[in-house]
Design a binder for this molecule. Structure first.
Ligand SMILES: [Zn+2]
Length: 355
């Protein structure tokens, strides 16, 4: 009996009446009657096999696997197969046990489907008591396979490959970088370090830092654009990432150029945490609410006070409270009273976290 499939490791299966089937890695399939002690493959002489009836084998000496890489309209995928005996142990079958999909969207995360609920518990024995979880091994392998696929199939990513930063990254990071530039079509490495949530906003047809910053600034005035660009460069230099959502919001609500420039110059670490996609709408409503009662100058002063941790948390809590209960605004508008200035004109705040 010759199987059309060749296993990637040899298997021995057992049947009733003390008969067995040996599937050799060389392709030979041999039926054995009686004891299997001292059995050698009649074709290649191998005596190294895994006993299939010991499944589920939590630890396989080597988990050898076939893989298929490809893509469709929605994502890239890697399928992992094993060639294993069927239930009765008389034939081999190709069994897909894990599919990993990387969607073609801004979010970088694998969707994993285990088709055999046992496979996630497999581990690979690496000798000297070391065991590697199969899932981790396969995720690394999927990254490598998809990197090769992207570089082979997408000439538009050739420029990324030449970048020093790309070369010095882990496989996972390399794939994340390639995936990002494939999805966005951007061609400037710095944009990889922008807050990804911003790209989920409906952007104009902008593909460079300059074009995107002009969109953030929302102004034709040279002074405003220059202030934003200067603070952007400072941010990238100091914290190596940029959250455009804060500047985006201020650009749309603060009409006085001088006050707007001061808000652009808020500390980069504060801006990183202040406004995110999840609270953007609520933060916008809150600032609009403040603008109905305070001057733009006072708004600037308010945001500069958020550099203390407790004040920042108060801002974030207020925004999330207002977002959960929008009716509070109506009550707040009716009952609003500007607090009277305190006798002490220099309030003391807790320890500042950023200087
Ligand atoms: Zn053999």
């Amino acid at each position: 009996m010759q199987s059309p499939l060749t296993p990637l490791q040899s298997w021995l299966t057992h049947h009733q009446n003390n008969t067995h089937t040996f599937f050799c890695v060389c392709g030979a399939v041999v039926d054995i009657e009686g004891s299997v002690d001292g059995f050698l493959c009649p074709v290649c002489g191998s005596d190294d096999y895994s006993d299939y009836d010991e499944k589920p084998q939590k630890i396989w000496k080597e988990f050898l696997t076939l893989d298929a890489v490809g893509e469709d309209a929605d994502g890239f995928f890697v399928d992992f197969y094993a060639v294993v005996p069927n239930k009765e142990g008389r034939e081999l079958q190709k069994r897909r046990y894990l599919q990993m999909i990387l969607p073609k969207e801004n979010r970088f995360a694998f969707d994993k489907t285990y088709l055999d609920n046992k496979s996630y518990s497999y581990a690979i024995y690496q000798g000297e008591g070391r065991v590697l979880q199969l899932a981790k091994l396969l995720e690394d392998k999927a990254c490598k396979l998809l990197i090769e696929h992207l570089l082979r199939q997408k000439p538009s990513l050739e420029w990324v490959r030449r970048s020093e930063l790309y070369k010095s990254s882990s496989f996972q990071k390399q794939l994340e970088i390639l995936h990002f530039f494939f999805v966005t079509g951007f061609r400037e490495l710095e944009l990889f370090f922008w807050n990804r949530e911003f790209f989920e906003f409906s952007l104009p047809n902008a593909t460079t830092q300059k074009e995107l910053l002009e969109f953030v600034a929302n102004s034709t005035k040279k002074g405003v654009k220059k202030a934003l660009f200067t603070n952007y460069l400072h941010t990238m230099e100091s914290i190596k990432s940029y959250n455009p959502l804060v500047d985006y919001l201020f650009s749309r609500l603060i009409t006085n150029d001088d006050h707007l420039k001061k808000l652009y110059a808020l500390h980069p670490l504060l801006k990183k945490e202040l406004i995110r996609a999840y609270n953007y709408e609520a933060a916008k409503e809150f600032v609009e609410f403040l603008l109905t009662h305070y001057s733009q100058k006072q708004i600037v002063a308010y945001f500069y006070e958020l550099t203390s941790t407790s004040r920042l948390n108060l801002f974030l809590d207020t925004v999330s409270l207002l977002s959960a209960n929008p009716q509070i605004y109506e009550k707040a508008q009716e009952a609003f009273e500007r607090p009277k200035p305190k006798a002490s004109s220099t309030p003391r705040y807790p320890r500042r976290i950023w200087k």
